[in-house]
Design a protein around this ligand. Structure first.
Ligand SMILES: *[C@@H]1O[C@H](CO)[C@@H](O)[C@H](O)[C@H]1NC(C)=O
Ligand SMILES: *[C@@H]1O[C@H](CO)[C@@H](O)[C@H](O)[C@H]1NC(C)=O
Ligand SMILES: *[C@@H]1O[C@H](CO)[C@@H](O)[C@H](O)[C@H]1NC(C)=O
Ligand SMILES: *[C@@H]1O[C@H](CO)[C@@H](O)[C@H](O)[C@H]1NC(C)=O
Length: 316
């Protein structure tokens, strides 16, 4: 089996595989810094300080896979956001509960989305990830419309119904086979959303259909909705489910899953995205600018075991 000839064949395949040379980046940036959007506080939040928050689970999720995090705070000037965009290596739009057309979260999303489109069009590889509300926000940005519909999916764990396209997708192709099988068979993706993008509205909207490739769907029993997608021509990724909850959120509720497999899924999604962010060379203008911006300057607040988010970072 392990003859010298086989080794030569393997080396030759490595050297001459066109796909490998096309995807290998000469200089990955192993110190990626990812921006996470803050959003308006949930009304009545007894722990709130200031006007906005980031759930700490999203921070830990990215940190677990080798990234550092910078909070992107609301109510800043356009110029500050532009400067920040060229200082960070990727963007995560987290879940939450704000208006997708009128909130500060939606304003910031649009600013960064437009900058990300522009950068990628100029071969400056800038990845964007949306989770739950972040997924929904991306659909609004890409179609310039809110095409979401109510589904019965506020607290349920589901298996992913993979499409044909999933196999060769950027997101899933590096996942271990056994993990993909578990994802397709076990109820391990946490769904905590009232709104969804139905397959019907996706299919009818030319902008969405041309922009995103559907990797998995789910149904609430009545409507089939998109649970995972990635953009065809941009490093943009969206999950309607919550990979960050399995390892980092602990409220006791239907839909919360902490099995080793669910935790592995979380890590593989984070690792995939963090690796994507290693492909650009954005950086802060100086080490002290970087130091001032990092999330380490803030302390998360423990909200209690019955809270939907264990810990939040709050901002003025
Ligand atoms: C920030 O924006 C929110 C929502 O637009 C607004 O209600 C709030 O007054 C602003 N806060 C500050 C400090 O400007
Ligand atoms: C399609 O989008 C519209 C909003 O434009 C929404 O009212 C409707 O419920 C959606 N239908 C489905 C089946 O998703
Ligand atoms: C919503 O889904 C849950 C299971 O997740 C089910 O128990 C419940 O009956 C459903 N409600 C409606 C109105 O269909
Ligand atoms: C698991 O997911 C399936 C949908 O594929 C659903 O019918 C079933 O109710 C789910 N089971 C649990 C325990 O949530």
């Amino acid at each position: 089996m392990c003859s010298l000839a086989a080794v030569f064949v393997a080396i030759a395949a490595l050297l001459y595989s066109p796909s490998l040379s096309a995807t290998s980046s000469p200089q990955l940036n192993y110190r990626p810094i990812i921006g996470i959007l803050a959003q308006e506080n949930i009304p009545g939040d007894p722990h709130a300080q200031g006007s906005s928050y980031i759930a700490a689970s999203y921070v830990k999720y990215l940190e677990s896979a080798g990234a550092r995090v910078v909070p992107i705070r609301i109510n800043r000037t356009y110029d500050e956001y532009v400067k920040l965009f060229y200082s960070i290596n990727g963007l995560l739009l987290p879940g939450g509960d704000v208006d997708l057309q009128k909130s500060q979260y939606s304003r910031l999303s649009k600013i960064f989305y437009d900058l990300a489109i522009k950068a990628n069009d100029a071969s400056d590889y800038f990845p964007v990830w949306g989770t739950c509300q972040g997924f929904q926000q991306l659909t609004v940005l890409s179609s310039s419309k809110n095409l979401l519909t109510l589904t019965n999916t506020t607290a349920v764990a589901l298996p992913l119904m993979f499409t044909q396209a999933a196999q060769n997708s950027r997101m899933f192709k590096s996942f271990p086979k056994d993990l993909l099988q578990s994802l397709s068979e076990q109820n391990i993706t946490a769904n905590f959303h009232s709104w969804s993008l139905s397959m019907q509205n996706y299919t009818r909207n030319v902008k969405l259909k041309r922009f995103y490739k559907v990797l998995s769907t789910n149904t609430d029993g009545k409507k089939e909705f998109i649970s995972t997608m990635e953009a065809y021509r941009y490093p943009f990724y969206a999950v309607q489910w919550h990979p960050e909850k399995s390892p980092f959120e602990w409220i006791e509720k239907p839909g919360m899953v902490h099995t080793p497999t669910a935790v592995r899924v979380s890590f593989y999604t984070a690792s995939f995205f963090v690796t994507e962010t290693m492909k650009n060379q954005h950086r802060f203008s100086s080490p002290s600018e970087e130091e001032k911006a990092l999330i380490y300057n803030y302390t998360p607040v423990f909200k209690g075991l019955n809270s939907i988010f264990m810990q939040n970072y709050y901002f003025d």
